[in-house]
Design a protein around this ligand. Structure first.
Ligand SMILES: *Cc1c(COP(=O)(O)O)cnc(C)c1O
Length: 417
């Protein structure tokens, strides 16, 4: 038997046949809206499969029809991304938000209850508490401190424990890096399922995937990404992805076909190019983050460093970390002594590190959650979540770590206490 290759070895070739594209070593951009059928019979057969009028035959390949339904650039990317999470299938979206909102719309009906982790990405929070509420989907939020019993108690208190449609979690949470136990959420999903309906578990794996955490291996049904972040990795595109088993992904892809929120061929071509360096980029980013965190830890103007490599051994978070993640990642949050004024002074003095939201890119990015990504959160909730006026969040890029430390050090020097 042939030895199976690691995903990183397959990122340059998997799912692409050069002989179908004039021998081009790289996939061209299939910048086309529609595809020519050889015969009317072939067109009919493709539509039967695409619209679910009959099951696809064992040997049958899904034929190319129209770029809202399928396109080679979308398929090459999807077939490569799914190798990391060992998923049956993948669907690429035009943004992380469209991936998440499509899952929420497909797996929840009016009258049902959503269980979600808080804090969660601002856009996700807004979709849940604004749009879903308006269409009659209630929700209950859980956080990293809740035990399984506490969560089940919260759900029972809503009086809708028999109406749970979906559990959606984001771990580690942003910007506080608190961790949620995926396997525990799977147990909760199973307990709340009935004979007629299995409660699904969806995990937003943007911060640690697809290299350092594989939620499906811990019991998740669906994995979601903002591919704008590590997967794209160069701050030059917006995209998202959903992965899962064949049955669930037929549902996700069918809704995507009718919402029309798939990514474009050009975006998928860029994403496919990014996948070739995904692992080396993420490993380098995590390696530099160790040095930067070490520098920050002992700096007199820095307090409350939040970094997964810094968890207290034996704590609840540490136990989840050991079980679920293979690296502390490349996200660091910390407080600059002296409130917003000094935090801003620090941010304004950085040169190499760019002052911008987003994360996971080749260049290091830093932002001020209280006034930027989390500006929409009520002041009391911000305090509960640990999002203070002094907090900054940095995403470490692939620059030389000594240069990064030098830049951070000189900007901290500008801060007066
Ligand atoms: C950025 C982000 C999103 C939203 O993704 P977009 O690509 O900006 O639509 C969702 N979840 C997390 C955790 C994110 O960081």
């Amino acid at each position: 038997m042939k030895k199976p290759l690691h995903p990183e070895s397959l990122m340059m070739t998997h799912g692409y046949q050069p002989e179908l594209s004039e021998g081009a070593v790289k996939p061209p951009i299939f910048q086309t809206s529609t595809f020519v059928f050889k015969t009317a019979e072939e067109g009919k057969a493709f539509f039967e499969v695409a619209y679910g009028l009959r099951e696809k035959g064992e040997q049958e390949e899904m034929g190319l029809i129209y770029s809202r339904i399928n396109n080679p650039n979308l398929e090459i990317f999807e077939n490569r991304l799914k190798l990391w999470d060992k998923a049956d299938d993948c669907a690429v979206f035009e943004s992380g938000m469209s991936a998440i909102s499509t899952v929420l719309m497909e797996f929840l009906k009016p009258g049902e209850l959503l269980i979600y982790s808080s804090p969660t990405y601002g856009g996700t929070d807004h979709f849940i508490n604004d749009y879903l509420k308006r269409i009659g989907v209630d929700s209950v939020s859980i956080n990293a401190d809740d035990s399984k019993e506490a969560i089940l108690e919260k759900v029972r208190a809503t009086g809708k424990s028999d109406k749970v449609g979906l559990i959606m979690i984001e771990t580690p949470s942003n910007p506080t890096n608190s961790l949620i136990d995926i396997a525990m959420c799977k147990e909760i999903a199973d307990e709340l399922s009935s004979e007629t309906q299995q409660v699904k578990l969806a995990v937003d794996n943007t911060f640690m995937g697809p290299i350092w955490c594989h939620p499906i291996a811990h019991g998740a049904d669906l994995v979601m990404y903002s591919a704008t972040k590590y997967i794209g990795g160069h701050s030059d595109l917006i995209a998202g992805a959903v992965l899962g088993n064949t049955e669930d992904m037929i549902r996700v892809k069918t809704l995507r076909t009718f919402l029309g929120n798939m990514a474009s061929p050009h975006t998928c071509w860029l994403l496919t190019r990014s996948l070739e360096t995904l692992k080396v980029r993420m490993e380098q980013q995590a390696k530099s983050a160790i040095y930067v965190a070490e520098f920050l830890k002992s700096h007199p103007k820095v307090i409350d460093l939040v970094y997964l490599g810094n968890l207290e051994k034996g704590s609840k978070a540490y136990k989840i970390y050991e079980k679920q993640y293979s690296s502390p990642g490349a996200m660091i949050s910390f407080e600059v002594k002296g409130g917003e004024k000094q935090a801003f002074k620090f941010l304004n003095h950085l040169n190499l590190v760019k002052l911008a939201v987003s994360l996971g890119s080749t260049e290091s990015l830093i932002q001020h959650p209280a006034s930027m990504t989390h500006a929409g959160i009520a002041p009391d909730d911000k305090i509960k979540m640990g999002i203070t006026e002094s907090l900054v969040r940095i995403s470490i890029g692939v620059e030389n770590s000594e240069d990064l430390i030098h830049d951070i050090a000189q900007a901290l020097d500008a801060v007066n206490n």
